[in-house]
Design a binder for this molecule. Structure first.
Ligand SMILES: NC(=O)c1ccc[n+]([C@@H]2O[C@H](COP(=O)([O-])OP(=O)(O)OC[C@H]3O[C@@H](n4cnc5c(N)ncnc54)[C@H](OP(=O)(O)O)[C@@H]3O)[C@@H](O)[C@H]2O)c1
Length: 311
């Protein structure tokens, strides 16, 4: 099958593209040419920008399925949630239709909702609406937070754990639960969504087998990143209300190229990010892997190499 993937150079794309190639599909990886991510060296990139629409129709030509992965989690200048995640998705849908694609698979996020208090989730919800109304076969996969080599969220938590500090600040009261899912399992769900004709018109929610708090995530990460001091006493964790952390997050966002957290991400940390524990088994027929035993990629390699990767 001929498949075009937008955002193929990003975290999810860098895992999905090799999986689709290995399954024998013909791939068109669409990107702005800013980076190649972890893509195989011999794979050509087709230019396409979802904000301007430039190159998209040409990049999609001949593709039966378009898998749309582009989104921003941090707003920078004109790269706003509305412009990339919402309007960019509408632009992709239009270009896919004009290019003659049959199906569009859209990776969305658990909690996608029109509530403007959570602008990232509202933009994902708006993107979903464009996909459903776009006149193509569609499949929407709403994922919980994803872990695996190259991820953003877990590497940021690992970075926070490794900071030289007497305590770990846990944003919020600790009641919000997350249901992390491994990248390999997300890829299985996306491949099935792209290739199974029976799945048209479905919105799937996916998450891993565990529902855990942020503090539990910190503990699991500490256990693989040699931050044993953290595990010694529960008093090492200090829960701080989100409102008190917001000024610091705003400052980090304004001043740092790679802040630990932005204000918008901070709000998401206080919001549950879960679905049913058996969501993947019921929708896709396999059991996703747990966190335990699968966070080894976060283990520090070398202080200089790790600092460069995080810069
Ligand atoms: N990661 C998670 O935990 C998670 C959880 C739930 C849902 N999701 C969803 O999964 C999808 C993929 O996330 P990810 O973690 O892989 O993100 P990512 O690593 O940040 O990758 C984003 C991709 O979008 C591309 N991109 C950005 N702006 C673009 C533009 N204007 N035109 C064309 N391409 C553009 C980037 O390419 P260049 O910058 O190289 O051009 C990159 O390939 C997103 O829709 C996200 O909402 C992710």
């Amino acid at each position: 099958m001929r498949v075009a993937v937008t955002g193929g150079t990003g975290f999810v794309g860098s895992h999905l593209v090799p999986a689709l190639l290995a399954a024998g599909h013909e791939l068109r990886v669409v990107g702005r040419g800013v980076r190649r991510g972890a893509l195989p060296d011999d794979l050509a990139l087709s230019f396409g920008d979802v904000q301007t629409g430039e190159g998209l129709e040409e990049a999609f030509s001949g593709a039966e399925v378009v898998v749309h992965l582009v989104a921003v989690i941090r707003e920078r200048g004109r790269r706003t949630y509305a412009a990339v995640n919402a309007d960019g998705t509408e632009t992709v849908v239009r270009a896919a239709r004009a290019a003659g694609a049959r199906r569009l698979v859209h990776l969305s996020a658990l909690g996608a909702d029109p509530d403007p208090a959570f602008p990232y989730l509202a933009s994902k919800w708006q993107g979903e609406a464009f996909v459903r109304g776009g006149g193509l076969e569609w499949v929407i996969v709403r994922s919980s937070v994803i872990f695996g080599p190259g991820d953003g969220f877990f590497r940021q938590l690992a970075r926070a754990v490794r900071l030289p500090q007497p305590v770990i600040v846990v944003p919020g009261d600790g009641t919000a639960l997350f249901q992390p899912i491994a990248i390999a399992d997300v890829v299985r769900c996306l491949v099935a969504s792209a290739t199974d004709p029976e799945r048209s018109g479905q919105t799937y929610e996916i998450g891993g087998p565990e529902q855990v708090s942020l503090e539990t995530l910190f503990r699991l990460i500490a256990s693989v990143t040699e931050a044993d001091w953290l595990l010694a006493s529960p008093k090492r964790f200090v829960h701080v209300p989100l409102e008190l952390l917001r000024p610091l997050a705003l400052l980090m966002d304004a001043l740092m190229p790679n802040p630990l957290v932005t204000a918008s991400q901070l709000d998401l940390l206080g919001r549950p990010n879960i679905t049913t524990r058996d969501a993947v088994v019921r929708a896709f027929g396999f059991s996703p892997v747990p966190l335990a035993g699968n966070l080894e990629y976060l283990r520090p390699r070398h202080p200089i190499l790790d600092a460069l990767a995080e810069a």
